[in-house]
Each structure stands twice: as structure tokens, then as C-alpha cells.
Design a protein around this ligand. Structure first.
Ligand code: HEC
Length: 728
């Protein structure tokens, strides 16, 4: 999984013909604390929110201070916009960080419509709906670009990246093929099933650099190569192979054929940009398959790396790998925040990279070298046959670990004696250790958890105090591995399950008991009652809405998936010689899933706080304060202090002395004192704000907006609105 603000300032939004915001140094009244330096550029001096994350540096910072520590308690809802297109089963969500350009707000809805609103009133101006109300999946926002004649928005729905006219919401027909580009094409590999782009790209010199989400299952996901497209035509301008080809640097860190067969190493969390240096920064995800790497022996560069590329040409500048040969799905979930800090009497331009493990890496922006020491330490080795886990992993200094990373008996919940006893008993059969305990046939406790530590929202940076504000979840989960079959002969049922798990489960997730789905996709559990086999076969042929076509499936593959879905003819034997290589060379060990780990009442099994908001002093490399983020109203009613909860959604920090963040399961928008972490105000929304707020100014009035899209997880209430707050 981005935002901003305005002061009563000169809005100097100047652009190069290519749409690059030019920094025009200006002095903003009341903002003398911020020195004019490298951190302030490429944006209207932190007074607007035209870019995902507030500005291209990803700071989530605003100089607006009309809303401040003294008056935040008076904040009221100025308007609420309802998209009216949510889905309750399975629950949809909204992860969008709105952008605001000259009084117009651009948002996306649960069904991935793009909508323009009057930012002061919430009045709908236009709607763009490429899927006719049936869109699903995930979107975190839009990218805005303009030149002297054109204003465009870019965002992806399913496999397509759309260009939309920002003035009227009409597609730009001259872009790509009739107004969109197919993200599966031009990726330098054939036969790709699943490629989408959930986080907005960044624009540099008329090039739109885009992120991708790809399959991470056993076989064979698309590669996460980074690409830039011409904003006017949709033509591909450059590509960087994150899984290197023979002869390219890093090729030797994989198995010889990985460049043809392994997927992932994608930057699904988006980008930050240093416009002066002309460098684009991002983090990459793990290589696929996520949990067994016997077919990708080696360190696996450039998976799990913080990376810098020349934004003009896509050429390599530097990389820093945060996990070697990942076996845990430790994707770097967000781009690094561009920061400036003061150390040993010097100002250093750096990038700060939050991670799912809860390690913060602070790296020199020019060289990628750590600003604070990082040590390679020995970690436990995998006992799964065929696996060659990496013997060491990088650890930053302990004061830069902001999530809890070791599960010991001391970590067992003390919520009540029954919970403690239950966890003690359950955990006896599990392996508990630290973040780098490798997956095993026995269940392994994952802590903080698969979703972090940190997730896609990333951090906020306060340039007044060189402080990074970052939220984290601490709710243990578990994983275990099982052997999958590798015989000469197999059955329709086994192949069907394999196809489902490696392809369909990207959207239709399977759990132990039923076929659950990711948000906004129909569950397949009762498909037998709803559809005939012929209807399923014809759906596989044609696709529908966001459901891709699988017409490249062979007859036996189609038969197998139908046999498995309908639980008929599952035992019919087939020869593996008839199968394509990907099914024959199947991954020998697969995970049984990423499992929640809860006490009998449904609360996490580890000690509180289960979620935190953290302020990290980047000059010193130490945690300044750490407070629980959110609470469970049920426990609050019993008189318990805020427990913290799993949280998904990012912080915004302002010159008004505030940190705004939703994110927690209590479905509230919170405002904290940025110096102390004291909770100053909270507002109960009608669904979770699992997104990052934005702040902006119109006509002398400061607003704070957040999507309350709830959902995102089975059993979590969805919502369909955006709340916008201002002082009365
Ligand atoms: C990229 C995401 C995605 C993938 C991958 C995917 N599906 Fe779907 N699927 C969808 C969406 C979205 C729908 C709902 C389509 C609609 O009604 O607009 C759907 C609908 C279906 C339906 C109809 C369900 C019903 O009850 O109406 C079936 C059956 C189905 N998918 C089977 C599969 C199978 C089998 C695979 C793997 C070969 C697969 N899907 C892969 C997204 C996906």
C-alpha cells in the first residue's frame, strides 16, 4: 500500500513540458522551521497532495498547521462521500490514498471505479468505471500527470493500466491499445497469467514507472521486472530485469534457468523518486515460489532488495538486499522514504526502508551503504530436502528494530489464564524462534507476522525533527510445509488442486475448510450448485471482468481443474508426460498457508501491544517513542488500556504537531502528538480506515481525508466511504 496539505500559500505548481514538478523555493509563512534543503522539492512545498504518499519522496508530510495540537479535539466531519459499490461477502476494501489537484480530489472505490470529487464539498464530478460495476481486487490510488494541453490519470484495474482524462473521466484513446496497456505484455516472457499493478507509479520526464503484483505461488509466476512507459503513447521506454538474464549482473545468484522459470522480485509497493538525482527508489518482493527455493539456489538478487535505478534509462545504480534467498514471503512492501538526517556533524541524504520483519534500514541515497551499522549474522538452516537456505541474514543495530521479532515463552499472552494455558499447550508442537526461523514440516511461529511489521503504507517523515513515524503489527501467525507429489503418474484431482493453488489461488484463496477468496472475488466453495461444468469451461475460455481467460490451458488441465472444483473424476489417472514442464517440475514442498494464530476468544497469542505507532529519531538511530496503535472496543470496555491491534494503513505527519492514522481494527481515525505519541483525538468511523489519510488546503481551510473501506480480511466489516474532516 500516500497524501498532503496546503497552506495559504502561493500555489506554485509549475511543470516542465514533461510533467515534472519544479521546485520553486518559496518561503511559507509560519514554516520557518523547515530549512530549504534537498528534502523540499518536487512538490508544492508540502502544501498539496498531488502524489501518492504526499510527494514523490514518500514523506507523508505537510506544512499545514491550521489543525494543530490545540484544536484537533474540535475536528468535525466536513463531508462524507459514499461510493455505494462495496461487496460484503467476501468483504471489499479501499486502500486508496486520495490525491488532490487544484481543488479536485481523485479516488478509487471498492469496485475500482475512479472518481473525481470537489475536494471542498465531496460532490461527485465524474466516474470512470472500466468494469461496469464488477471490478474487484486492489487499488491504492492514481498517478496524475499534466503538460500544457493534457491532464491525465493512470491506474490499473486487473491486467490493464488505464489512462483517463482528469478533466472529464473519459479514456485517452491514443494511449496504448484504445486507452490502456496490457501489463502482461512487454515483460520479456511468454504466457503470463497474472500481472496487475495495485500501487500508483511515478512519473519522471514523461515516463510512467510502474509497479506490478504477480503470482507468488508454486508455479510459474510472472517476473517482477521494472518498466517505464511513455505517458503519451503507452510505449515501453525501458525495462530492468529484477531476475537477471545470462550475462547480466546478479545472474549467478540464481539457478541457471531461473530467468526463464522463477517469478516475483517485483516492486508491488511502488516507488519514490529523487528528481534532482534522477533516481527512482523501490523495494522488491521475494522470488516465487515464496516458501521453497530449491529451484532458485543462491542469494537471489534482486529479490528483497532496496534498489536505485536511473529513472531516465532504467540502468542499475545500487542495491541493498534485506533478506537473502527469502523463504518467508518477506517482500519489501513499500518504497523507501527519502529522508535527510544529521549525523556526526554532517547532513546525509538517505533512504529509510521499513520492512515486514520490523527492521528499519537507513541507507545512503547515493551509494546504498548503511548509515548505521548492519551485521550479517548466522541464522538457522532449513531442514526441507532440496532447500539451500542462506546461512546469514542482515541485522541493523537493535535500536532500529521497531517490531517484536523473537517468540519465546515470555511472549505468551497474559490476557487471561485460559488464553495463557491454551497457547502454552498449542505451542508445544511448534517451532518458535526469530524472524529467520525457516519454514519446516513442523509448524513454525511467524512473528511479527506475514503482514509485518510494516506493510504497503510505509512511513511518514517529519523533516522538522528528522523523525520517521512508522506503524507496526505484532500478531504471531504460523506456517508449515507439506510434501507435494512428484510421481510419473498423477490424477486429475491432484493436478486440479495444483493448478488451483498456483494460479487460481492468487485471487480465490483456498483454506483448510473452504475456498475463501481475496476481497471482492466470489468464493468458489459452492460453485457446483451455481454453475454447470460447461459454464465453468466457457468462463475459463472467455474470462469475465477481472477474471482472466485461461484459454492457453490444455484439455487435460481444463478437465483437471473442473474435476477438482466439482469433486468428480478426481481419481482418474493421467501421465505426467502429457503435462507442461511447469506441472511436471512441480515444487516438491509447499506451504499449507499463512495461518492466523489466536487464543480461544480470537485474540492474538502474544503479549500486548499487538500494534504500535513508532517514532524513530533518524539522527540517532533510536526509537523516540512507541505507543499502542488502536484497541479492541470489547477489551476497552473491560477497562483494559489500548491493546494495539493489527493495523493496515499509513501515518501522515504535519507541521501542526500531529500524526494522523487510521489503520487499526477499532475503525477510528486517530491523531497523536508527534513529539510524545500522546493520543489527542479519535473519531469512530463506520468501517476501518485501512488506508493512508491525505491533508490539503482549499480557500484557507485545512482538510484531512481518509478512506473507510474496512474489509480486506474475511470477517472484517467492509465500508464504502471517504471521510473528510475540518475545523468547524
Ligand atoms: C486475477 C484474479 C483471478 C484469477 C487468477 C482467477 N479468477 Fe476466477 N474469478 C475472478 C473474479 C474477479 C471473478 C468474478 C467475475 C465476475 O463475475 O465478474 C471470478 C469468478 C470465477 C468463477 C465464477 C464463480 C461464481 O460463483 O460465479 C469461477 C468458477 C472461477 N472464477 C474459477 C477460476 C478458476 C478455476 C481459476 C484458475 C484457473 C480462476 N478462477 C482464477 C478472479 C480470478
Amino acid at each position: 500500500m500516500n497524501f498532503t496539505f496546503n497552506r495559504n500559500a502561493l500555489k506554485i505548481l509549475s511543470t516542465f513540458p514533461g510533467g515534472l514538478l519544479v521546485l520553486i523555493p518559496l518561503i511559507i509563512m509560519g514554516c520557518t522551521k523547515i530549512r530549504e534543503r534537498d528534502t523540499i522539492d518536487a512538490r508544492d512545498n508540502f502544501t498539496t497532495w498531488q502524489v501518492y504518499g504526499g510527494d514523490v519522496k514518500g514523506t507523508h508530510y505537510s506544512v499545514l498547521d491550521q489543525i494543530n495540537r490545540k484544536n484537533v479535539s474540535k475536528l468535525k466531519v466536513a463531508w462524507q462521500y459514499r461510493a455505494d459499490d462495496m461487496r460484503s461477502d467476501p468483504p471489499s476494501t479501499i486502500q486508496c490514498n486520495p490525491i488532490i489537484v487544484e481543488g479536485t480530489m481523485y479516488i478509487t472505490t471498492p469496485r475500482l471505479k475512479a472518481v473525481a470529487l470537489d475536494a471542498a464539498t465531496g460532490k461527485e464530478l465524474w466516474v470512470f468505471d472500466p468494469e461496469g460495476g464488477k471490478g474487484g481486487g486492489m487499488n491504492r490510488g492514481l498517478t496524475y500527470w499534466r503538460d500544457s494541453v493534457d491532464q491525465r490519470l493512470f491506474y490499473a484495474v486487473g491486467a490493464y493500466l488505464y489512462a483517463v482524462n482528469a478533466k472529464d473521466g473519459k479514456p485517452i484513446i491514443g494511449f496504448g491499445e484504445g486507452g490502456r496497456i496490457d501489463l502482461r505484455k512487454n515483460l520479456d516472457r511468454e504466457e503470463l497469467q497474472f500481472v496487475t499493478s495495485s500501487t500508483p507509479g511515478v512519473v519522471f520526464n514523461d515516463k510512467l514507472i510502474i509497479s506490478t503484483s504477480v503470482g507468488e505461488g508454486p508455479n510459474p509466476g510472472a517476473p517482477g521486472h521494472i518498466r517505464a512507459f511513455d505517458v503519451r503513447t503507452g510505449e515501453r521506454k525501458w525495462i530492468f530485469h529484477t531476475i537477471p538474464y545470462p550475462g547480466e549482473p546478479g545472474y549467478e545468484t540464481w539457478s541457471p534457468d531461473s530467468w526463464k522459470t522463477n517469478g516475483g522480485a517485483n516492486s508491488w509497493g511502488g516507488f519514490t523518486l529523487d528528481t534532482k538525482r534522477g533516481i527512482v527508489y523501490f523495494g522488491t518482493g521475494s522470488a516465487s515460489y515464496d516458501h521453497w527455493g530449491g529451484n532458485r539456489i543462491g542469494q537471489n538478487l534482486f529479490a528483497n532488495c532496496v534498489m536505485a535505478l536511473n529513472a531516465e534509462t532504467g540502468e542499475y545504480v545500487w542495491h541493498f538486499q534485506v533478506v537473502h534467498h527469502d523463504l518467508w514471503d518477506y517482500d519489501i512492501p513499500c518504497p523507501p522514504t527519502l529522508v535527510t538526517l544529521a549525523k556526526d556533524g554532517k547532513e546525509i541524504d538517505a533512504v529509510a526502508q521499513p520492512t515486514k520483519m520490523g527492521h528499519l534500514f537507513v541507507l545512503n541515497r547515493d551509494t546504498g551503504l548503511p548509515v548505521f551499522p548492519v551485521a550479517e549474522r548466522s541464522v538457522p538452516r532449513s531442514d526441507i530436502p532440496g532447500e539451500e537456505s542462506w546461512p546469514t541474514q542482515p541485522f541493523p543495530i537493535s535500536s532500529l528494530a521497531y517490531a517484536r521479532q523473537v517468540f519465546t515463552d515470555q511472549e505468551i499472552t497474559d490476557l487471561n489464564p485460559a488464553a495463557t494455558q491454551y497457547v502454552r499447550d498449542t505451542i508445544k508442537n511448534m517451532i518458535k524462534g526469530n524472524i529467520f526461523s525457516p519454514p519446516s514440516l513442523k509448524p513454525v511461529v511467524m512473528f511479527p507476522q506475514f503482514n509485518g511489521g510494516s506493510e504497503w503504507p510505509g512511513a511518514a517523515f517529519d523533516p522538522e525533527s528528522n523523525t520517521l513515524i512508522v506503524n507496526a503489527s505484532n500478531e504471531a501467525e504460523w506456517i508449515s510445509m507439506v510434501q507435494s507429489k512428484g510421481d510419473k503418474e498423477t490424477t486429475l484431482g491432484v493436478l486440479g488442486k495444483q493448478i488451483f493453488q498456483s494460479i487460481c489461488a492468487n485471487c480465490h484463496v483456498q483454506t483448510k475448510t473452504n475456498f475463501q477468496t481475496s476481497p471482492a472475488v466470489t468464493p468458489l466453495s459452492g460453485v457446483k450448485a451455481r454453475m454447470t461444468k460447461d459454464q465453468v469451461l466457457s468462463l475459463l475460455e472467455t474470462g469475465k471482468g477481472q477474471m482472466p481467460s485461461f484459454r492457453t490451458f490444455s484439455e487435460v488441465e481444463k478437465k483437471a481443474i473442473v474435476a477438482w472444483l466439482f469433486q468428480e473424476d478426481e481419481n482418474e489417472k493421467i501421465s505426467t508426460n502429457d503435462l507442461r514442464t511447469s506441472w511436471r517440475n512441480q515444487i516438491p514442498y509447499v506451504s499449507t498457508g499463512h495461518w492466523d494464530f489466536r487464543d480461544p476468544a480470537g485474540f492474538p497469542v502474544n503479549k500486548r501491544p499487538w500494534g504500535t505507532l513508532n517514532a524513530i529519531d533518524l539522527n540517532k538511530g533510536t526509537i523516540k517513542w512507541q505507543v499502542p496503535l488502536g484497541t479492541y472496543p470489547q477489551l476497552e470496555a473491560q477497562g483494559l488500556k489500548p491493546t494495539g491491534t493489527f493495523n493496515i494503513g499509513g501515518p501522515v505527519v504535519t507541521a501542526g504537531g500531529l500524526v494522523f492514522i487510521g489503520a487499526a481494527m477499532d475503525e477510528r481515525l486517530h491523531a497523536y502528538d508527534k513529539d510524545t505519541g500522546e493520543l489527542l483525538w479519535e473519531f469512530q468511523m463506520d468501517a476501518g480506515g485501512y488506508a493512508t489519510p491525505a491533508t490539503f488546503e482549499i480557500g484557507g481551510r485545512q482538510y484531512v481525508v481518509i478512506a473507510a473501506g474496512g474489509g480486506g480480511k474475511p470477517g472484517t466489516k467492509p465500508g464504502d466511504s471517504y471521510y473528510c474532516f475540518a475545523l468547524p
